[in-house]
Design a protein around this ligand. Structure first.
Ligand code: GAL
Length: 915
């Protein structure tokens, strides 16, 4: 299907199963992706999410991948499986399990210990993927990616890639295997490529990625667009030209920007990114890709989701919304509607998959250009019209010649703002001959063609008939003129709302043209061989005995009209009264929207302070004594000090405590060299007295992850011993290894500790991290806070002995304090409410308070709020983690310097739909 004469355009969106922590939500997001025109979904599988320790792979997560692939198949999406072992994806260690941070051999090489580890992972994940292969008729997995962006190209990497390829094949993977070339280097192309300057690898297809759309400015403003690159047949070509690096395989972009991630300390750019990489961007850039014959396109991300727990890499905070088409709260952004027009188009107009570059087509304006492609078999011509340069946003009206077997036409067109259009000429439109149209084709089926254009812009559609057809304008305004000499029927109109025209000619199937402006186009849904108009989402459509069963969502009272081989219909299981209307079925009454929902106020809380580890008398006898003298971490202890880095002692995620016991006079200062990831935190106490807290500087896209900080000690504490120095380090995760330099092995926790600038002798260090791995929520859910180690984050914890408190909250002592509350949710059964938790004032990215919060919802660590870093204030609480019809418990672990109280905490609504 893919290697031999590909005829299906693979239009794919990326979705991370590990960022959408509930099978119900997988189905929801996949149905939405399908509804907005995707036929393929791309999944990264995150090794670190699945494996808490070497040899351990039986987490809920791994078994659920089977379910995930079943759901994708049921929904009707092909799957691109991307199990790494290295992925990036802004996850802890770039997808590596944290236990790899202590391995001797270099990662992403042919080091035997590393390959033994990847074998384990591939055995576990391949066993699942292999059961779902399209080639076996047992699923919908069509492609398999090895590694990701392996930009080192030495013998060791070649051996490594070969090892991954051979292992996948040995594990029964039969679908084509590819690699994703970071940028366009011509690395790891199939042996069939004859392009000079490329590097062959053990792959069947060549794929590359690119994020050319640009990001928002750091102040959160949208800025001006970039120009779209030609990474296929319209471009310069060659090894570094993109798809042209492999001349015998389909044009394949394994990741093409669908948004971008955001960093600790930014102003909060996701809403802006959704505009910067919004409708205009999609039309210009994805349209350019189509004109470049990239017939396998995957957009990263289409649904970003949430980096819950300790998943986020240092470069990103909890929200991985990404400014994607489906937002973190599972709502469709306006850009999803534009994707829908593109996705329906590439799946409806089959000649698109087999085009060649056409003759140059001039335009009447130097401010515009045409990229022209032709399908040699059908003679269908495609004119991709865009500004010249494509970054321009002017309002240009121009003409260009369309020359096909039908003759030569001078065609008028307008491009206003960041925009582009793909026009089709010489095409069989439902058994009627389309000469050309300046409206774009969205889809067509069973005698109905849905065209679209920008509101208020003129359009013309020319069809050819041997004799004058009957033309009925059923709705809106359109002029028809028939030219008996050529046989051309010319329809002219201005796009606005919906214009309906029926053309009936002898010896031709009757054709109904639905010509929509963009807002009206957004109300149409194509499901299989049916077209529906009205609701805010249509998920499925099945006809049985003349009755059409539709499922979908309304967000407001909506009309319902369907074009389907049915006489009656149901909506979400309930009969809908209809009447026939010009070949469609029209609901007599609107579908109802959702009922209002009421959310409880979070007024009553229970409070308890913790951080007993800071107190001198705390019993740490059961803690691990730091006794290692050698480490494989890339950060070594200073001479004379034992290894203190946390991974070496098996403490991989979240908070780590140290207690250093020593005798003799206390120093005047303690200096820590510490690793904390993005916006990590260190707190220190001497003999129970708080010395302060330090945060690793943030506010940049690639933040420092390690810091040197001095904690002065006041003279009254500089007494003779015994002393206890208590240190807590928040590990905001391991670095990614994009540079193939073992960056994930940078130490976390304390790397070096000096007293008055000297490594002290005679300090006994004890270390404590997480108490173990949550058997349900996996290795990334918990760190080593006292409360976590003692079940305070869990819904069943008995907090009756805690102090009752209410908002506004008073300041707590330095260290960590917990706030717990429970509440009932009574969301009606037919309402899908996407809820969030908001802390503080979302109007400002950060406050002047020095604390951070871990948000546990029914035991799930749903993210981290950092008041003085920001920017995130609202945290998605996904259904599945949150019970919309029952009792829920929220536990907040608040860690700060004691100078101020926790800000206002409340439930918020991210989106409501009736289902
Ligand atoms: C790509 C990488 C992805 C992700 C993306 C940025 O280069 O392949 O895994 O990290 O960048 O979001």
């Amino acid at each position: 299907m893919i290697l031999d004469g590909q005829r299906t355009f693979l239009w794919s969106g990326e979705m991370h199963p590990f960022r959408v922590p509930s099978p119900d939500l997988w189905r929801d997001v996949l149905e939405k992706m399908k509804a907005i025109g995707f036929n393929t979904v791309s999944f990264y599988f995150d090794w670190g999410f699945h494996s808490p320790a070497p040899g351990v792979y039986d987490f809920t997560g791994v078994r659920d991948m089977d379910r995930l692939l079943t759901i994708a198949d049921q929904v009707g999406l092909y799957v691109i499986a991307r199990p790494g072992p290295y992925i990036n994806a802004e996850t802890d260690g770039g997808g590596f399990p944290a236990w790899l941070a202590t391995q001797a051999g270099r990662a992403r090489s042919d080091a035997p210990d590393y390959l033994a580890a990847t074998d384990e992972w591939q055995s576990a994940i391949d066993a699942i993927i292999a059961r779902h292969q399209f080639t076996d008729g047992t699923g919908s997995v069509v492609l398999y990616q090895i590694e990701n962006e392996l930009a080192a190209t030495g013998t060791s990497q070649r051996n490594y890639l070969q090892h991954l390829y051979d292992k996948a094949r040995a594990d029964g993977i039969r679908v084509p295997i590819f690699h994703n070339d970071k940028g366009r280097n011509g690395y790891w192309v199939p042996p069939s490529s004859t392009v000079p300057g490329t590097l062959p690898g053990p792959v069947d297809l060549y794929a590359f990625d690119g994020y050319p759309g640009g990001t928002c400015h750091t102040d959160g403003s949208v800025g001006s667009p970039n120009a779209a690159p030609d990474w296929g047949i319209q471009g310069a070509g060659g090894a570094k030209g993109g798809a042209t690096a492999s001349d015998k395989t389909p044009g394949f972009t394994a990741e093409f920007g669908g948004g971008w991630f955001d960093y600790w300390g930014s102003v909060g750019t996701y809403p802006c990114t959704a505009i910067r990489q919004g409708p205009g961007y999609e039309r210009v850039f994805y349209g350019t890709n189509i004109a470049n014959r990239l017939t396998v396109q995957n957009f990263y991300m289409v649904s970003g989701g949430t980096s819950w727990g300790w998943l986020p890499a240092p470069v990103v905070y909890t929200s991985y919304d990404y400014g994607a088409a489906i937002d973190e709260g599972r709502q469709l952004r306006p850009k999803a509607q534009t994707l829908k027009t593109l996705g329906y188009f590439v799946q409806s107009v089959a000649p698109l998959t087999r085009v060649d570059k056409g003759d140059a087509v001039p335009t009447s304006s130097a401010a515009t250009k045409i990229e022209h492609t032709v399908n040699a078999e059908t003679g269908t011509n495609f004119y991709f019209a865009v500004h010249n340069p494509s970054s321009a946003t002017t309002d240009d009206s121009f003409t260009f010649p369309v020359t096909t077997a039908d003759g030569t036409y001078t065609v008028p067109l307008r491009l206003n703002g960041q925009d582009a259009k793909t026009l089709v000429a010489n095409y069989d439109l439902e058994g009627n001959h389309l000469v050309y149209s300046t409206s774009e084709i969205m889809t067509h089926l069973r005698g109905v063609a849905l065209l679209h254009g920008r509101d208020g812009e003129a359009g013309e559609t020319v069809l050819r008939y041997p004799s004058e057809p009957r033309v009925q304008v059923l709705e809106g305004a359109a002029e028809a003129a028939y030219d008996a000499a050529t046989g051309d029927l010319r329809l002219t109109y201005s796009h606005h709302g919906i214009i309906r025209v029926r053309v009936t000619a002898p010896d031709r199937p009757s054709l109904t043209l639905l010509i929509a402006d963009e807002d009206a186009a957004a109300t149409f849904w194509r499901v299989d061989d049916m077209l529906v108009r009205g609701p805010q989402l249509v998920r499925s459509a099945h006809v049985h005995n003349g009755r059409l069963a539709l499922t979908g969502d309304t967000k407001a009272s909506s009309p319902l009209e369907v074009w389907a081989p049915a006489r009656t219909l149901t909506w979400n299981g309930k009969p809908v009264a209809t009447r026939p209307d010009n070949g469609a079925l029209l609901a007599v009454r609107n579908l109802p929207g959702p009922r209002d929902i009421a959310l409880p106020d979070l007024t009553a809380w229970r409070y308890a302070a913790e951080s007993p580890e800071a107190k001198p008398g705390f019993d740490d006898a059961a803690w691990r004594t730091a006794d290692l003298t050698a480490t494989n971490s890339t950060t070594k202890p200073p001479a004379g000090q034992v290894v203190l880095t946390a991974d070496d002692y098996g403490f991989h995620h979240g908070d780590i405590w140290y207690r250093g016991h020593f005798d003799g006079p206390a120093p005047a200062s303690v200096t820590l060299d510490w690793g904390g990831g993005g916006a990590g935190l260190a707190q220190a106490w001497l003999d129970g007295v708080h010395l302060g807290q330090r945060t690793i500087p943030s506010g940049v896209a690639s933040p420092p992850t390690r810091n040197n900080d001095t904690f002065p000690i006041s003279s009254d504490l500089q007494t003779d011993g015994p002393h206890v120095l208590s240190i807590m380090v928040r590990n905001n995760s391991h670095n990614e290894d994009g540079g193939v330099n073992d960056a994930h092995k940078e130490g976390r926790g304390v790397i070096g500790a000096t007293f008055d600038g000297v490594v002290p002798s005679g300090v006994t260090w004890r270390i404590q991290g997480t108490a173990g791995v949550d058997p349900v929520r996996g290795p990334l859910n918990n760190g080593g806070l006292y409360g976590e180690r003692n079940g305070w984050s869990l819904p069943g914890f008995k907090d009756r002995s805690w102090s009752p408190v209410s908002q506004p909250f008073a300041a707590a002592a330095p260290g960590t304090s917990w706030y717990r509350t429970s509440f009932n949710l009574r969301i009606p059964a037919d309402v899908d409410a996407s809820l969030g938790l908001t802390i503080g004032d979302p109007a400002v990215p950060r406050s002047d308070r020095h604390y951070r919060v871990l948000i546990f919802v029914n035991g799930w660590n749903m993210g981290q709020y950092i008041a003085d870093v920001g920017p995130q204030h609202t945290f998605a609480l996904p259904t599945g983690v949150l019970d919309p019809h029952g009792r829920n418990t929220i536990a907040l672990a608040v860690t700060g310097d004691g100078s101020s109280g926790l800000e206002d905490v409340r439930l918020t609504t991210l989106g409501v739909a009736r289902r």
